[in-house]
Design a protein around this ligand. Structure first.
Ligand code: ATP
Ligand code: MG
Length: 376
């Protein structure tokens, strides 16, 4: 059963994507698309470019590709450079990322370059739910940390800044640790980087705790909506070294000789993780494929709700072919959880028949074929 469409309480600050322009992005040569408000359904055969469209939008939202760590992978294979840009409404602000022939990607707002691509975070809040989220409930802790970092960073730019300070200081400490395997290093040098790590790391951990306290109950109730009787519990794993600057600094100092032997830093926010259990059983090691898939979706649905509650408006929703593998009950529950609460949602699937009639009847339908998009 689909619930009544719930409208956000505040219209203030609502950002929509008006236009999407692609140049040489993956299979696309040149595309200019007027993105519909509300719900749109992109259908097309396998390898027609559906995921690429959502990835392009996510790219200008987060500064990161969905399916690759190397930006250059997104440049059309017979071309040397690429660009994705979006015009936002109502401000008509243009946000874009260029990957030039030589050098790193450049993010811009209204053609003015930004120091980092992550400075785009928060301009066009999005929640993507795609197969690339599956490692959240299966893979290594890095995917869960990246999820938290992107979600918190989109809501709070100072988080991205502190995290960058932490990562830089960590790199410096790690290179000192490696040098210490060959030669004697002045301990003061360690102390300086450890202080920077403790100061920024304590901020990062505290913000992760605050965010997680909001996310966990929302993701658990999203899971219950999707999976009926089962209970999902989420918990942050023990944060070795503690939360405040002083105790973290002490923990780094205490682990120094151990870390010198291994040549890298053994504790800190770069090692944190959260656990997931269904009815008391670890999801990674016991969960069925369907359960793991539903947990990944529930985490993203939870992050959609946190973003919506924190900013007062729902993020743009990018839902990639995730409905077709779910049974009718789960599809409907997911629709009620996120689609019905969005001002703008882009869904993809190979066949419109795999999506419930309720969605199809409300959606603008577009066809994706050979790197082109046409209205149906
Ligand atoms: N850098 C690139 N240059 C050219 N083509 C690329 C590049 N990266 C990916 N592709 C191709 O783009 C095509 C579209 O991929 P995409 O993942 O968007 O398809 P899709 O419509 O989502 O398909 P499916 O239904 O199988 O998920 C694929 O053929 C893929 O190999
Ligand atoms: Mg796809």
């Amino acid at each position: 059963m689909i619930r009544d469409v719930e409208k956000p309480t505040s219209e203030a600050g609502l950002t929509l994507l008006d236009k999407l322009k692609l140049l040489n992005f993956r299979c696309f040569h040149h595309l200019e698309l007027n993105v519909p408000e509300g719900l749109s359904l992109f259908t097309g055969q396998n390898a027609s470019g559906k995921t690429t469209l959502l990835e392009a939008i996510s790219y200008i939202s987060t500064g990161k590709l969905l399916r690759s760590h190397r930006d250059r992978d997104a440049v059309r294979s017979d071309e040397t450079h690429c660009e994705v840009s979006g015009i936002l409404s109502p401000s008509q602000t243009e946000i874009s990322i260029q990957i030039p022939e030589v050098g790193k990607k450049v993010a811009s707002i209204n053609k003015m370059s930004l120091p980092k691509a992550s400075d785009l975070l928060g301009r066009l809040p999005t929640t993507s739910i795609t197969a690339f989220d599956l490692p959240l409930s299966q893979g290594d802790p890095a995917s869960r940390r990246m999820f938290l970092d992107l979600e918190i960073g989109a809501l709070q730019p100072s988080y991205v800044h502190k995290l960058a300070i932490y990562k830089r200081a960590l790199e410096q400490r790690n290179s000192l640790l490696k040098m210490a395997m060959q030669t004697v290093i002045d301990q003061d040098q360690f102390e300086a980087w450890e202080f920077a790590m403790a100061e920024s790391g304590s901020y990062v951990r505290q913000q992760r705790q605050v965010y997680f306290a909001k996310l966990a109950p929302l993701a658990s109730s999203a899971y219950q909506e999707i999976a009926k009787k089962e209970i999902l519990s989420l918990f942050l794993k023990e944060e070795e070294g503690g939360l405040d600057t002083e105790s973290l600094q002490q923990a780094f100092a205490l682990s120094r000789s151990h870390d010198m032997r291994r040549g890298s830093t053994s504790l800190g926010p770069h090692r944190d993780d959260f656990g997931m259990e269904i009815d008391g059983k670890d999801v990674k090691n016991y969960g069925s494929q369907g359960q793991q898939r539903s947990v990944a979706i529930a985490l993203k649905a939870g992050s959609f709700q946190v973003s919506r509650e924190t900013s007062g408006t729902p993020p743009l929703l990018l839902l990639d072919d995730m409905l077709s593998d779910l049974d009718e009950y789960r599809r409907t529950a997911l629709a009620a959880l996120v689609i019905n609460q969005s001002h703008q949602a882009l869904l993809t699937c190979t066949e419109a028949s795999s999506v419930s009639n309720h969605i199809v009847s409300r959606a603008s339908e577009l066809k994706v074929s050979n790197g082109e998009v046409t209205w149906k």
